[in-house]
Design a protein around this ligand. Structure first.
Ligand SMILES: Nc1nc2c(c(=O)[nH]1)N[C@H]1C(S)=C(S)[C@@H](COP(=O)(O)O)O[C@H]1N2
Ligand SMILES: [Mo]
Length: 392
């Protein structure tokens, strides 16, 4: 028993050691959890997660299993994927949530506001797909470096918070010349290393502010630390990395930040090339869908083929399903309520299936008219895969 724990733990630490700082804090398993003999494999900040529903890639990367995504629109928080570029901050930042502070800059008045103050400025709820840029990386053949996510670095979440636009209004509006919204994560960075090479700080085009939210609740509960509590920026329609957790600053800037995660990180480029600022940044998501059931087998007869579909930066319009590997397609039916432009929609196609082997695929189209391609071009970091064939 102990040996199992030990080897598991070693694996975790190795997995988390990709960055120097990862060895500290978050990678450790809580001694309390070990003593209780419970849930030994998950790090303490995510020990409350539904472990059977998740794939533990490393201490900082957990993926929802394809069959655990579910069919009821909202991804339960305890099944949602987790992705940290740095170890999560200490749990103590949740002790007094309302005291959390965020600095707003590049507005007529620049100010530091507490979460309690933010709550007086407005409130809204939005459902968005939260998806890592590397979701689907495992479906590329070139072995891109990074977590080999399949489909489960994504979920659909209800966020509650104040629209950024309301905060900006209260501070007199955005200053002239601002072209980006630049937000900074609240991780404490290790001494002695260049902060620009580590800080999670992302710029998005100013237009993204229109739909952005500073959220303190997800799925009806206070934000857990693992998902950015006490306060997180939500940029609907944008890849996960732009949704800054434990956000401590939002600045309206003329230029994109010179943090490495922006200048060379999260850039789409040909295999073999280095990241650079002139390449496409992982901002707006593309249209995507995948089947969640059945994944490997089903009883012959009537089968409910189910999955999820979303439009990326635009609403999803329709989705088709193929049971013959893409030779013929039938329109699927959306299931459940439409939670808006940025949510995904579960879908179903009822089929009578005789015993045999089927390749089941899905292909979504958004309101802008973009349809998932059959293949998605290989790219150095394995970003943005929405090709339907490899998801079949
Ligand atoms: N402060 C901070 N925000 C962050 C990150 C991080 O490491 N630190 N990771 C980003 C990435 S790459 C993704 S995919 C999402 C993951 O969100 P989740 O862990 O809540 O699923 O958070 C983003 N926001
Ligand atoms: Mo990500």
């Amino acid at each position: 028993m102990t040996e199992v724990i030990d080897s598991r733990r070693r694996k975790l630490l190795v997995g988390g050691a990709a960055s120097v700082v990862a060895v500290a804090g978050a990678a450790a398993i809580s001694p309390r959890a070990l003593a209780a003999g419970e849930k030994k494999s998950f790090p303490s900040y995510v020990a409350w997660k539904e472990q059977d529903s998740l794939i533990l890639h490393s201490a900082q990367t957990l993926e929802t299993k394809r069959e655990a995504i579910g069919a009821s629109v909202i991804t339960p928080t305890d099944r949602l994927f987790v992705r940290n570029n740095l170890p999560a901050p200490d749990e103590s930042i949740l002790a007094d949530r309302d005291a959390w502070q965020v600095t707003i800059q590049g507005t007529k008045q620049s100010r530091t506001l507490s979460l309690a103050e933010l709550k007086t400025l407005g409130v809204e709820t939005v459902a968005t797909v939260l998806q890592c840029s590397g979701n689907g990386r495992a479906f590329f053949d070139h072995k891109a470096s990074g977590t080999p996510w399949q489909v489960g670095a994504a979920g659909c979440v209800l966020w509650t918070g104040v629209p950024v636009r309301k905060v900006v209004e209260a501070l007199g509006g955005v200053e002239k010349g601002a072209k980006f919204m630049t937000s900074t994560g609240g991780e404490v960075l290790p001494q002695g290393l260049d902060p620009k090479s580590l800080v999670v700080e992302r710029s998005v085009p100013l237009a993204a502010m229109e739909n952005a939210l500073l959220a303190w609740e997800m799925n009806g509960e206070p934000l857990p630390l693992a998902h950015g509590g006490p306060l997180r920026l939500i940029v609907p329609g944008y890849y996960g990395v732009n949704n800054i957790k434990y956000v401590k600053q939002v600045a309206f800037t003329e230029r994109e930040t010179d943090a490495k995660i922006q200048t060379s990180g999260y850039r789409m480029r040909p295999v073999g090339e280095k990241g650079a600022p002139d390449q496409l940044s992982m901002w707006e998501m593309n249209v995507k869908s995948w089947v969640t059931s059945p994944v490997t087998s089903a009883a012959a007869g009537r089968v409910q083929i189910q999955g999820v579909a979303f439009g990326g930066a635009h609403a999803v319009k329709s989705v088709e399903v193929s049971i013959d590997g893409g030779r013929s397609w039938r329109k699927a039916r959306f299931v459940g309520p439409d939670l808006g432009q940025f949510a995904w929609r579960p879908f179903v196609l009822e089929a009578e299936l005789k015993p045999g082997t089927y390749t089941i695929a899905s292909r979504a189209t958004n309101t802008k008219g973009s349809t998932q391609p059959e293949e998605f071009p290989e790219n150095e970091r394995g970003y943005g895969h929405n090709g339907w064939r490899r998801h079949a």
